[in-house]
Design a protein around this ligand. Structure first.
Ligand SMILES: C[S@@+](CC[C@H](N)C(=O)[O-])C[C@H]1O[C@@H](n2cnc3c(N)ncnc32)[C@H](O)[C@@H]1O
Length: 213
């Protein structure tokens, strides 16, 4: 059986990290990620629930899955801020507590960097999506530039330790296509803070269709 996800240090610092990121532009990224979503949404690794208030009124229900108990408690509090009804569930991406083919949208934001078993998590996202559904993703990724990639590789062990297991050098778009999804659109950009790149600056936001059976 997989070990429970427990990251007290990360749970304490992530709300502050997120507040800084949101003040410098990630709020817009969250809005971009969720624009046009509708119906029944499964949000995977919802953290503190930072996305909840950005779901449009066309969303009927959000099932938010979060394994870390302290973050899950924050998500439960944030659930009240959303326009759509949000139900927070314990569980891991690799084994979602959600029925087959029941979701119009699966949302993964800043989470494929951290999940231990990415192929299983994406297979689970595909399982819970209706054939007509879509995956929405917003992730920081491996830099295409040699110099920044070298820095990412150098910082990786420290980053994983203080970032709740976060990997800096994942090629997440590749992982999504390797899992059988068809990427519909993707925007690659550097998320600059005060005009400067940082180790988790290279980012993608996009949508993908689930594999056909
Ligand atoms: C950087 S936080 C992002 C939280 C949130 N998605 C956001 O956009 O702010 C990474 C999240 O992934 C969660 N996580 C870690 N391992 C996971 C797993 N195996 N399945 C689902 N979520 C996981 C963590 O508990 C944490 O909430």
């Amino acid at each position: 059986m997989a070990r429970p996800v427990s990251n007290p240090l990360f749970a304490r610092i992530y709300p502050r990290i997120n507040a800084v990121a949101e003040a410098h532009g990630s709020l817009d990224h969250r809005r971009e990620l969720l624009a046009g979503t509708r119906g029944r949404v499964v949000e995977i690794g919802a953290g503190t629930g930072a996305n909840f208030r950005h779901y449009p009124p066309e969303v009927d229900q959000v099932i938010a899955v979060e394994p870390e108990p302290r973050l899950r408690a924050m998500a439960e509090r944030a659930a009240a801020d959303g326009v759509a009804p949000v139900e927070v569930r314990g569980g891991r991406a690799e084994h979602l507590p959600v029925e087959d083919a029941s979701a119009d949208v699966a949302v993964m934001s800043l989470v494929l960097c951290t999940i231990a078993d990415v192929p299983s998590a994406l297979a689970e996202a595909a399982r819970v999506l209706k054939p007509s559904g879509e995956l929405r993703f917003y992730e920081h990724v491996r830099s295409p530039h040699r110099r920044l990639l070298r820095t990412q590789r150098m910082l990786a062990p420290f980053w994983r330790l203080f970032g709740g297991g976060c990997h800096l050098t994942r090629d997440t778009e590749r992982a999504i296509t390797d899992a059988g999804f068809t990427v519909q659109d993707v925007r690659r950009f550097d998320f600059l803070i005060n005009g400067r790149a940082h180790p988790s600056a290279p980012s993608i936001i996009g949508t993908a269709r689930p594999p056909t059976a």
